[in-house]
Design a protein around this ligand. Sequence first.
Ligand code: ADP
Length: 500
Amino acid sequence: MGGASHVKILMATSEAVPFAKTGGLADVCGALPIELARQGHEIAVMLPAYRQTRYCGLPIEPLGIEFIVPIGSKTVPGRLLRSRLPESNVPVYLVQQDDYYDRPELYRKDGEDYPDNCERFVFFCRAVLETVRLLEMDLDVIHAHDWQTGLVPAYLNIEYRSLPRYHRIVTLLTIHNIGYQGNFWHWDMLLTGLDWKYFNWRQMEFYGHLNLLKTGIVFADAITTVSPRYAEEIQTPEFGRGLEGVLQHRRDVLTGILNGIDHRVWNPATDKFLPTTYTAETVLQGKAICKAALQRELGLPERPETPLVASIGRLDDQKGFDLIAQVISEWVGQHEVQWVILGKGEPKYHERFAEMARRWPDRLAVRLEFSDPLAHRIEAGADIFLMPSRYEPCGLNQMYSLRYGTVPVVRETGGLADTIVDTTPATLADGTANGFSFREDSAAALADALWRALDAYHRPDVWSQLIATGMAQDWSWARSARQYEAVYQQTLARAQTRSS
Ligand code: ADP
């Protein structure tokens, strides 16, 4: 490094917009590299070429580079394709292996994980390390994400470190959600090709299973997660999902960095999905138009005065949709509120919300699908956004909501706690209030916070203040990228001290 500020980074990930997306990870890996490049760093992104990648709408060209990697006792061929992140010069290397990746979905089918997920990502991680050599990359940092790339730090340290090209590369692992660990049966250890001596409780083993996230945590030079509060939480038994011990052990190199939001995509002043655009100056008129249009689109009565309460996300226990369903059922006959749910996920939630929408069609609109355009129109048209998550590493929708002048009601956990300041007389007075939050994991606590939000909704001066505060805040990637840069620099400096 020699004190230079310019860092050479390879980002290894299983998702990046617009190439492949199932959740927030894709948003991070599509946006952070562009911002790091803008700040003067040299960065490339690498991910598998899935079936959905072909339809991402960007040109993808073959590089004419083929390779083979060992998977257990066999060898498996792959090939490299190249594209770019949109409106940038950031190269994207796609690993083509159609037996593994040319499938309808990324990780699962009909609610079941693919049985060979371990093998699919052993292959990808080895391909990442091989690509460094094949493309003669000169790197400072390999930045891995989640369990899918947890083996990258292990392979680098165990198999590649002695080769000159890899000698001084440091690895960073970002944990986006500790609920997904890549836990596989112990015989999958054979697929990794690594010695059984690493299969012990301090390294790759987790209660008799092979755990790829733990592997990454143990072997990476530094670890980040996606909010400061979550970095603290995952070191406790309540949130650590069994990995709290290993994380406590590595707490000196564990940092929380909030994700940013993509201002080009999530900006009410330019959003092409909206019936009208608006800014902080025109928000009241703009939102009124968006709200009326949304009510029409969803088949709800067009009532400007009725508060419209929305939630968008994976229909999963994590997101607290059971609490939302409970509050809707209790309130629907009593209070003048309209509800909209956009989400896809567990069948039990699909059934429950579909049934509720049939019962109360003029109160509740439910869309059980993944729709980016509708997500934008909901963020613009709703008055209140609910996120009663049991845990929330960072969360993006509450930041989108702030930017769109939609007031968030959230559980005080993870990134929600780091971004939303509860409305109290004190926070209203000091101008920090931007939403509502509650602690307890219960429908009663959510109902109480929502009740306070509705009270504020009916006090226009308070409501305008909350909207103005939220819209003025900076959740940009520029902010996050500067913090990642600092972590890269510190990690490189530590490695240099270690080797000298
Ligand atoms: P997570 O990564 O845990 O799913 P985040 O809030 O960090 O949650 O990110 C979720 C992303 O996926 C957001 O961009 C959100 O708007 C989007 N999203 C989730 N479900 C849907 C859906 N059904 N339709 C459209 N967008 C969705």
